[in-house]
Design a protein around this ligand. Structure first.
Ligand SMILES: Nc1ncnc2c1ncn2[C@@H]1O[C@H](COP(=O)(O)OP(=O)(O)OP(=O)(O)O)[C@@H](O)[C@H]1O
Length: 233
């Protein structure tokens, strides 16, 4: 379940008596296994589209289907379940719990997902090793570099083996080396079948994408396949 079908999505926000356009008749299909970047200037609608695809927010009109689930037909509770089981989110700000270790940050989410204790501890170990954090499991977020914290966030996002990862400006707080390492991790996870959709205005990130979708003022202004230009380190 990871193909995404967005049909004619519209979304506006009211702020201070003004109507702001978030999405303006956006239609987009993403197939399972793709590696897509949503790009565009600040305020162009990248986050709004990503949040709609992940069921974090609902459009005013239009239809979104992720796999077999028509998100626009689901209740809030059903959307929360769908997110928890099927979608991994990675955000700019890592969003780790500061008083929990790397291990506990990942385990906490798996507990909410209903994974039993024995499976949890095995999977946590496995997934932290997968993102290159072996030996750092007991560290608190403040004892890790930005790049390492973001990798904990990736471990948390992929712990439940989602088929789809949505990332919003994942490299915004990372130096060039950590950004490249993170993108290398994304590429290797993508090669193992996880679909990636990444909202970014970071050209370092766009170089890894096989498809670049550009937004402006809430509208999709281009959608092009490309050969990745960035090297995986
Ligand atoms: N909750 C909100 N309330 C009011 N306006 C909002 C809200 N969320 C988004 N907007 C507006 O909708 C438009 C699209 O915002 P969005 O965050 O999707 O853009 P973006 O391309 O992700 O920008 P950035 O690169 O700065 O994150 C912007 O004009 C933004 O100010």
């Amino acid at each position: 379940m990871s193909s995404i079908r967005c049909n004619d999505l519209c979304k506006t926000f009211e702020q201070g008596g003004e109507t702001i356009v978030g999405l303006d008749h956006v239609s987009l299909s993403i197939e399972e296994g793709e590696f897509v970047c949503l790009s565009g200037p600040s305020g162009s609608g990248k986050t709004t589209l990503l949040n709609a695809m992940g069921g974090l927010d609902t459009p005013d009109s239009g239809r979104i289907q992720v796999g077999d689930a028509v998100l626009t037909d689901l209740s809030r509770g059903q959307l929360a379940d769908m997110r928890l089981q099927n979608v991994g989110f990675v955000f700019q700000a890592y969003n780790l719990v500061p008083v929990l270790s790397a291990r506990e940050n990942v385990e906490f989410v798996m507990q909410v997902q209903g994974v039993d204790a024995r499976q949890r501890s095995q999977r946590v170990q496995e997934v932290l090793a997968e993102v290159g954090l072996e030996g750092l499991e007991s560290r608190l977020p403040a004892e890790l570099s930005g790049g390492q914290q973001q990798r904990v966030a990736v471990a948390r996002a992929i712990a439940s083996k989602p088929k789809l990862v949505l990332a919003d400006e994942p490299t915004a707080n990372l130096d060039t080396r950590s950004a490249a390492q993170l993108m290398g991790l994304f590429v290797s996870l993508n090669q193992r079948g996880i679909t990636f959709v990444i909202a970014t205005h970071d050209s370092r990130v766009m170089g890894y994408a096989r498809r670049l979708v550009k937004l402006q003022d809430g509208r999709m202004i281009s959608d092009e396949a490309q050969e990745p230009t960035a090297m995986v380190v």
